[in-house]
Design a protein around this ligand. Structure first.
Ligand SMILES: [Ca+2]
Ligand SMILES: [Ca+2]
Length: 399
């Protein structure tokens, strides 16, 4: 220990002579510094390497983080691009980050609440729907507000829609408006009341904030009800209820006779201003995608549940029965304007579901009439499936 200290003191006086060298060459200064630290040289080198490694790791981490942020930004931009085709351009410009979050948990997202009232008058068969107020609506515009209004309709007639006034820049609008629906008591239970809250936009498509659906079968109509309902994400636009039709089919292979009996229809869509229709039914046979034979029932005036019980007999040889489509279409007769198609369906080997089942039941039970109810489908859908144009070519004489 004593030796160590003396060598230290003897080194110190010699340093001034060295100082002239240190001013020109750095290593000797560092060496002197290292000498001053009371640690062995190998330990110092180890520490320097360790510190260097830590710094390197830190640098790698920083670079990685920066890259990630850039990537995320790019992703946000990508989401933004897709939303250009979406409902609102203002929404996209204003809150791209929020939209990004929405993609992940749409179900948990709060859309707000709606207070409504419901009252049914059994004498006048009228339902009074009151749109009271909304609270905590989701903000759709810049500045964190919306311009809400409410659309009200029943699923039995989606063409008849009422709407409230628009309330500008608020998430808690008080509407206090009521709407009357004429609806027979027997039809109430199968109906659903739909209220959709929209955000008005002057220059772009209006955005749906949320909706509530109330199946009226669950509602006690004896009492006036008033309550709050949580808004949910809008479901896909429902298929309009067009009506149902009961048909009997019978095929006798030995005589090649196909008998189609149009029995009755019910819950047909209202086509006329008086809330009724004048239905009749067309029965068509299509052979290899071409119109073959056609017949129609009489017109039943002012009714949504006509009773026809009219039979049509077609001559269809057994070798052709697999190649034909039987198309049933229900029409509303109009005196002044062109008749409208209410709905349609087709049976045959190309059909699906209920219609195919009925057709195969008929083939399996030769000679026996088989009756079944069918839901009418949208005309365009059936025409598309059949691959036919709405208007058929007129048949040539004798064909
Ligand atoms: Ca708006
Ligand atoms: Ca009519």
């Amino acid at each position: 220990m004593a030796n160590g200290t003396t060598s230290g003191t003897t080194d110190a006086p010699s340093s001034p002579s060295n100082s002239t060298v240190t001013s020109t060459t750095q290593p000797s200064f560092i060496e002197s510094l290292i000498d001053k630290i009371p640690l062995p040289r190998w330990a110092l080198i180890a520490i320097v390497i360790a510190v260097g490694l830590v710094l390197l790791l830190l640098l790698i981490c920083i670079i990685k983080c920066c890259c990630c942020r850039k990537k995320r930004k790019k992703k946000e931009k990508a989401v933004d691009m897709t939303s250009i085709n979406g409902p609102s351009t203002t929404k996209r410009l204003v809150q791209p980050d929020l939209e990004d979050i929405e993609c992940g948990n749409e179900e948990e997202e709060k859309r707000g609440r709606l207070q409504y009232s419901l009252e049914y008058d059994f004498r006048s068969q009228e339902m009074k729907v009151g749109v009271k107020q909304a609270a905590d609506l989701k903000a759709m515009d810049s500045g964190g507000t919306s311009d809400p209004y409410v659309i009200v309709y029943l699923t039995s007639d989606i063409r008849k829609k009422y709407e409230t006034k628009v309330y500008r820049k608020t998430l808690n609008p008080v509407f206090n408006e009521s709407f009357i629906f004429h609806i027979p008591q027997g039809d109430v239970a199968e109906n659903t009341l739909v209220m959709q809250v929209y955000d008005f936009n002057r220059f772009s498509k209006h955005d749906i904030i949320g909706e509530m659906r109330l199946p009226l079968g669950d509602v006690d109509l004896q009492h006036v009800m008033e309550q709050w309902h949580e808004l949910t994400a809008a479901s896909k636009i429902e298929q309009e209820h067009l009506g149902e039709i009961c048909i009997s089919l019978r095929y006798v292979p030995s005589t090649s006779k196909l008998t189609v009996v149009i029995l009755e229809a019910k819950k047909l869509k209202r086509m006329d201003p008086n809330g009724l229709s004048d239905p009749y039914v067309k029965v068509q046979l299509i052979l290899n995608k071409k119109k073959w034979k056609k017949k129609k029932t009489s017109v039943k005036k002012n009714t949504l549940s006509p009773y026809f019980n009219e039979a049509f007999i077609f001559d269809v040889p057994f070798h052709l029965i697999q190649n034909i489509d039987l198309v049933i279409s229900v029409w509303d007769s109009d005196k002044v304007t062109k008749d409208d198609q209410i709905g349609k369906l087709f049976l045959g080997c190309r059909a699906t579901g209920n219609q195919l089942r009925h057709w195969s039941d008929m083939l399996a039970n030769a000679r026996r009439p088989v009756a079944q109810w069918h839901n009418l489908q949208p005309v365009e859908d059936i025409d598309k499936t059949l691959g036919l144009k709405t208007r058929f070519k007129l048949p040539l004489p004798g064909s």
